[in-house]
Design a binder for this molecule. Structure first.
Ligand code: GLV
Ligand code: MN
Ligand code: MN
Length: 491
């Protein structure tokens, strides 16, 4: 079966058989279960009249407001005042993370891999591990893993991994990633409060560079760990300033030779659970605080390089121009048109124009397409249709177009036993797919039995400062995660 990258790299060649024909093996590999678009995590726009979040995340950082919620009373299985320790810990952790990498003017976060903010987040993770007597390890790829100190327990080959990531998209929300890490530590606290004996090692994971905001490749940390991203390719990735990952890691004093797949670690993992804020309105619409993920849509990031000829905006006749902006514009409109038709998603969220003068025809336009679809055949067809339409315009104008897949993720169906057990443990919680990518998808593709829990997002907005989850729902997520961990870590 061809890798999705191999499938989609075909869009680079202009002269080729229809893409769907050229990758028959790939297009057969579709979701094992159907994905209902109505339940997809559709992201809604934050318009000028978008209602503000019901409260700012800073409010979650104040224990007083959190504790005043009636439904925050200890669950029956917890023990009086001590049963609330995990709630206080949750609030404290959230409070500590709140200022790190935050842009006070927008309220959004800029937490990019190996930035100063990222280093502070890594220190914070190390502190939380130490505070719980956990032993912090780094897999060499920047993924942080906090193991139980008990050597006999930690040495078992059936560890249960739980966690998420701490990095963000540009001007991202507070919850995407950090909610999963904070909830993992808080769930351990709750299990300790409940006196639950964990027969398997529960290991808290903070995955590196999940968003790929700096170097372009999504889930770089987990891909490196699983071997689906080659170390050389990763070390050669460059950020917007032209710095390679190798240069950045060296400047941070990291060992480049340690960047490599870690089957030795993954062989010791029996399951992975990632809790995440929902990035759509599925749970809000179903009036449920917590849900269980069934699947992730196949998705990919593609770099489109449009090339033309710089010239004077005032004197160059329209018919004499080789303006690459027009083929780019065709691609943008094609993305909208074809994604709507296919019930898919296509987004151009990043574009660079050279030389960037108002009075100069551009010499080049570099843009990134984020495309996602319910199944792999639809994703392939979507990217092909967008590319063909853009090529039509570039042929008319004598401009060039190269398409480079930067990171492509196949469809993921989460472990059905884990999914069903989690839904049952949570009293028949809703099960829903998502169009968002996660480290859980990477580990699942690698064969690790993996599940995800989603926490309700009242507006569905994500990758935005408006991203939100109510405190009660966050703590319901912690309890749900603790229940699932107790189940998975039982002998
Ligand atoms: C990650 O959040 C993604 O889906 O882009
Ligand atoms: Mn994200
Ligand atoms: Mn995330």
């Amino acid at each position: 079966m061809p890798e999705p990258v191999a499938i989609l790299v075909a869009v680079e060649q202009e002269e080729r058989p229809a893409l769907a024909e050229s990758c028959a093996g790939g297009v057969d590999r579709v979701l094992e279960q159907s994905v209902h678009d109505a339940r997809m995590n559709g992201v809604i726009a934050v318009g000028a009249n978008h209602p503000p979040s019901t409260y700012d995340i800073a409010e979650l950082g104040h224990g007083a407001s959190l504790r005043h919620h009636g439904s925050m009373d200890p669950q029956p299985e917890t023990h009086g005042q001590s049963g609330r320790a995990h709630e206080r810990e949750f609030v404290r952790m959230w409070d500590e993370l709140e200022p790190i990498g935050r842009d006070r003017s927008t309220g959004g976060y800029h937490r990019y891999a190996w930035s100063d903010a990222d280093l502070l987040l890594r220190e914070w993770f190390a502190g939380e591990a130490a505070a719980r007597g956990l032993e912090l390890t780094d897999d060499g790829n920047g993924n942080q893993l906090a193991w139980p100190a008990d050597a006999e327990l930690a040495g078992r080959g059936d560890a249960v991994l739980v966690g998420s990531h701490l990095d963000s998209v540009p001007d991202g929300g507070a919850y995407d990633g950090p909610l999963g890490v904070v909830s993992a530590f808080a769930a351990l606290d709750l299990l300790a409060e409940r006196g639950v004996r964990l027969d398997r090692p529960v290991v808290v994971a903070g995955f590196s560079d999940e968003e790929g905001s700096r170097f372009g490749i999504a889930c770089a940390g987990s891909r490196l760990m699983t071997g689906s991203l080659a170390p050389d390719a990763a070390l050669g990735m460059r950020d917007r300033d032209g710095l390679s990952l190798a240069e950045v890691l060296s400047a941070r004093g990291r060992d480049l030779a340690a960047v490599r797949p870690r089957p030795d670690i993954l062989d010791r993992v029996s399951a992975f659970v990632e809790l995440h804020v929902e990035q759509g309105r599925g749970l809000a619409d179903m009036d449920a605080a917590v849900g269980v993920a069934s699947a992730i849509w196949p998705h990919g990031r593609f770099r489109l390089d449009f090339t033309g000829e710089a010239n004077h905006a005032g004197t160059t006749l329209m018919q004499d121009r080789r303006d690459p902006m027009l083929a780019f514009a065709a691609a943008v409109l094609a993305a909208d048109e074809h994604a709507r038709e296919a019930g898919a998603r296509a987004t151009f969220g990043r574009v660079e124009v050279l030389p960037g003068g108002t009075n100069a025809i551009p010499s080049s336009v570099r843009a990134w397409l984020d495309a996602r679809a319910p199944d792999e055949a639809s994703l392939v067809a979507l990217v092909e249709a967008i590319t063909l339409q853009a090529r039509g315009m570039s042929r008319r104008d004598g401009t060039g177009l190269d398409v480079t897949p930067e990171s492509v993720s196949a469809a993921v169906s989460f472990d059905t036993a884990l999914r069903d057990a989690a839904a049952a443990l949570l009293g028949g919680a809703p099960v829903l797919p998502t169009g968002a990518g996660h480290d859980a998808g990477v580990l699942s593709q690698h064969g690790v039995p993996t599940g995800m829990l989603f926490v309700r997002n009242p507006t569905g907005v994500s990758h935005s400062p408006y991203e939100h989850a109510d405190p009660d729902d966050c703590l319901a997520g912690v309890r749900a995660l603790a229940d699932v961990l107790a189940h998975l870590a039982a002998a």
